[in-house]
Design a protein around this ligand. Structure first.
Ligand SMILES: [Zn+2]
Length: 423
């Protein structure tokens, strides 16, 4: 049995190194491994030091297969696999390996296990070696080569087309969306708008694996230039505008300039006071006197302002990140459809129009997919503070370097795979 032989050999090596030559013979007689002399022990040790050639097999774990099955296919016994999984478990649970991930095993000429490598994810891999009679596992980060690249693009039909037509992957477009979701309505980007990017690409052995960080973005439209710079301070990592303001802006906790009383919370089933039936209440009701100013909870565009059935006077605002906030039962509407509003701007007054027992604001929020979410979840969205005073000088030097670099990105680079505007 190859595993046992390995164990004896490692045991002998350990004895020589760890216990010293003098104590070896007495140790061996007690260990009952036969009449082995010091010399023989040393020879076995030498064999271990001059490692025999290792044969490697590698495969991508098949769909619906398991680690156990993969190793059975490679000729390991169920017992040996069990032992391996048990030893490795404190570091990584091999019974949970995933289809599509790479697994490689090295074996010596007699078929005995030598080592194993498993691709855990984009960031790290698992390494298992057989040492001193047991499997020793450790996790290691991949050693990427990071290259900083630059990109200039002019939007023809969409941001997506512009990046993807030049060989970039959708992940880069998504990362851009993430950064600018508070400032730019990506569905409203127009032909002629342009952007410059400084971003990282990660390579392993010369092959592109994934994107790293986007370090800086400059977005230019007819009316404005917008910057975002990645900046790391003791407070954390975030994106900031050139003036040090945070790119990620939270929604107001409540659409008022005070903390109102909640008269009815978000619920999937509540007894309706007028209709006398149970129905979902997919918003929050705030009790407040008639005429109390109602504020836009974030920057956006008014997409509805008028009468809407049981909602009475209703205002709906679409925000650049795709969320829509709704404000119902208003006594008065101060905005019109199509108008741009700033966070905190007054859009109307509390009332009891539509189906309402008394003056209150019904406030509701839809996410990007149009699904109502609990407005109180909005405050759980990440929000950043501006650059702190003590970090200001460091921020300015990072920002200035990136601005300088953005300025050197050529705007005359021809499009290599230009998509013709046929649609
Ligand atoms: Zn309500």
């Amino acid at each position: 049995m190859p595993f046992l032989r390995d164990r004896v050999a490692f045991l002998l090596c350990f004895s020589v190194l760890g216990l010293g030559l003098l104590s070896l013979s007495s140790f061996l007689s007690g260990a009952d491994v036969g009449d082995v002399t010091e010399l023989e022990a040393m020879v076995i040790c030498d064999l271990e030091v001059d490692e025999p050639p290792v044969e490697r097999v590698e495969r991508v774990i098949a769909a619906r297969s398991t680690f156990q099955q993969t190793l059975l296919d490679w000729g390991f016994t169920a017992g040996a696999i069990h032992l391996l999984v048990q030893d490795v478990k404190p570091v990584y649970d091999l019974s949970r390996v995933m289809a599509g991930h790479r697994l490689a095993i090295g074996r010596v000429s007699n078929g005995a296990f030598h080592d194993l490598e498993y691709h855990i994810d984009d960031e790290e891999y698992l390494l298992v070696r057989y040492d001193s009679g047991q499997y020793v596992a450790s996790r290691h980060p991949y050693d990427f080569q990071v290259e900083v690249e630059e990109f200039y693009g002019e939007v023809e039909s969409s941001l997506w087309d512009t990046l993807v037509s030049q060989g970039e992957l959708p992940q880069l477009v998504q990362a851009l969306h993430q950064i600018f979701q508070w400032d730019i309505d990506f569905t409203a980007i127009r032909p002629g708008d342009s952007f410059k990017l400084i971003f990282e690409k990660k390579y392993l052995d010369g092959e592109f694996v994934k994107y790293g960080e986007i370090l800086a973005v400059q977005f230019t439209s007819r009316t404005r230039a917008l910057y975002a710079f990645l900046f790391e301070s003791p407070q954390g990592v975030g994106y900031y505008h050139e003036n040090g303001g945070a790119v990620r802006k939270p929604f107001l906790k409540v659409p008022f300039d005070f903390d109102p009383r909640i008269t009815s919370g978000y619920s999937h089933s509540r007894f309706h006071p007028i209709l006398k039936v149970r129905r979902p209440h997919l918003g929050v009701d705030y009790g407040a006197p008639v005429g109390t100013p109602v504020l836009a909870s974030a920057d956006g565009a008014v997409i509805f302002a008028g009468r809407e059935g049981g909602f009475g006077n209703l205002v709906e605002i679409r925000h650049p990140n795709g969320y829509v906030t709704g404000y119902a039962h208003l006594s008065r509407i101060d905005v019109r459809s199509g108008q741009r509003v700033r966070q905190g701007e007054r859009i109307g007054g509390v009332g009891s129009t539509g189906l309402a027992t008394g003056p209150h604001l019904h406030y509701q929020v839809q996410d990007r997919s149009g699904r109502e979410i609990n407005p109180r979840e909005l405050t759980a969205l990440p929000s950043d503070e501006a650059v702190e005073k003590e970090d200001w000088n460091q921020f300015v030097s990072v920002r200035n370097e990136l601005i300088g670099r953005l300025a050197t990105i050529s705007e005359s680079e021809p499009f290599l795979n230009r998509i013709s505007q046929t649609d």
